[in-house]
Design a protein around this ligand. Structure first.
Ligand SMILES: NC(=O)c1ccc[n+]([C@@H]2O[C@H](COP(=O)([O-])OP(=O)(O)OC[C@H]3O[C@@H](n4cnc5c(N)ncnc54)[C@H](O)[C@@H]3O)[C@@H](O)[C@H]2O)c1
Ligand SMILES: O=c1ccn([C@@H]2O[C@H](COP(=O)(O)OP(=O)(O)O[C@H]3O[C@H](CO)[C@H](O)[C@H](O)[C@H]3O)[C@@H](O)[C@H]2O)c(=O)[nH]1
Length: 328
């Protein structure tokens, strides 16, 4: 029996596939390679295609003995979602609807879903517990909130058990294998800062230095991608034990400002970076830090790479070995 991983050619998906393979799981990947990379797919079985292609989905479920699904496939750029929300609803919400229909049709009743801290919007309390109000400030977060709702209804109607994992800011890379973060365009802070350290960018822009934080720049909770990968394995185990569906935050519970990240990158790379202050990026909350106590207590999740320097160093190792990402 196999685990179907949608979006397994993407950043977090490819790392999770590696973790699952290391755990002895059989893995099937489905990805249309819109933002993912063929070279990132480490599973022996790969279907290239779109989640919304019902014929393809039926073929995958017919040809492979799928017992659970881990669903990463999504568009996930906050800014782009504001410019073209319907494309985000179509890909993320309609795509997930197609996947769920195929799962129901083929009797597959376990799903782990990639949700996001973006479902909270501007939080009222920090660290943010799972019970905080869901008030996304951009269409991307809204699509994830809608999908979480769909999953709750699918549990009631079809007995489909799911765990939604709300990741905070994924970063870092697998310590040994040749997978890492490679997006084009890249919008995430840590890879951008490291591209500047490599000389592939002239400078780093700090989006806003007038936030109500100690140094005026936004604070985020950076979590190592391999710790995220491990949480997916634990979530799958919990579903296999017949436990009820649930939602968990995944973060380290510690926030770092944009300037602190830039300083960490300067320490790790030994290079001084050109930094410019730029206007705020629309839709950016000032502070996003997780309370991940529930994941610790119920999943037994214990992130191993919590130190910011360690996270940045692991991303730097990937960038140095692959200055042009998967192209070389
Ligand atoms: N990177 C983060 O910090 C972060 C934080 C919170 C949540 N997430 C969520 O985690 C998941 C993975 O994020 P990532 O950073 O690895 O993104 P990514 O873009 O690297 O990976 C997404 C993968 O899904 C594929 N895909 C997208 N739409 C598809 C479709 N319709 N059919 C088939 N394949 C499709 C892409 O080709 C890509 O390989 C996403 O759902 C994202 O919303 C990411
Ligand atoms: O060149 C840059 C890039 C980013 N930032 C700042 O750095 C922080 C982190 O930005 P990222 O783009 O790396 O990450 P986000 O916090 O915007 O978003 C990430 O985490 C979110 C949840 O917290 C969502 O899930 C989203 O998909 C995921 O990309 C933000 O304050 C951003 O304004 C800069 O100052 N300069």
């Amino acid at each position: 029996m196999a685990v179907l991983v949608t979006g397994g050619a993407g950043y977090i998906g490819s790392h999770t596939v590696l973790h699952l393979l290391e755990q002895g799981e059989e893995v099937v990947v489905l990805d249309h390679l819109g933002t993912g990379h063929r070279a990132a797919v480490k599973a022996p079985v790969f279907y290239q295609g779109d989640l919304r292609d019902e014929t393809l989905l039926n073929r995958v479920f017919q040809e492979r003995r799928i017992e659970s699904v881990i669903h990463f496939a999504a568009l996930s750029l906050v800014g782009a979602s504001g410019e073209d929300p319907l494309t985000y609803y179509d890909n993320n919400v309609s795509g997930t609807r197609c996947l769920l229909s195929a799962m129901v049709a083929h009797g597959v009743k376990r799903l782990v879903f990639s949700s996001t801290a973006a479902v909270y919007g501007e939080p009222e309390t920090v660290p943010i517990p799972e019970t905080a109000p869901l008030q996304p400030t951009n269409p991307y977060g809204e699509t994830k909130r809608v999908i979480e709702g769909m999953l709750a209804w699918c549990d009631r109607a079809y007995g489909m058990k799911s765990i939604s994992l709300r990741y905070f800011n994924a970063a870092g890379a697998h310590p040994a294998a040749d997978v890492g973060e490679d997006h084009d365009p890249e919008t995430h802070l840590i890879p951008i800062v490291l591209q500047a350290a490599l000389g592939r960018r002239e400078s780093v822009q700090v989006f806003g230095d007038d936030y109500p934080t100690p140094d005026g720049t936004c604070i985020r909770d950076y979590v190592h991608v391999m710790d995220l990968a491990e949480a997916h394995g634990l979530a799958l185990e919990r579903l296999r034990q017949g436990r009820p569906g649930a939602v968990y935050n995944l973060g380290n519970g510690k926030g770092f400002s944009v300037r602190e990240v830039i300083r960490a990158a300067e320490r790790i790379t030994g290079r001084r970076l050109q930094v410019q202050t730029a206007p705020r990026r629309p839709g950016d909350p000032a502070v996003l830090v997780a309370s991940a106590e529930k994941a610790r207590a119920e999943l037994g999740w214990n992130p191993r790479h919590r130190d910011l320097d360690e996270i940045v160093a692991s991303a730097w190792k990937w960038v140095q070995g692959h200055p042009r990402g998967y192209e070389g």
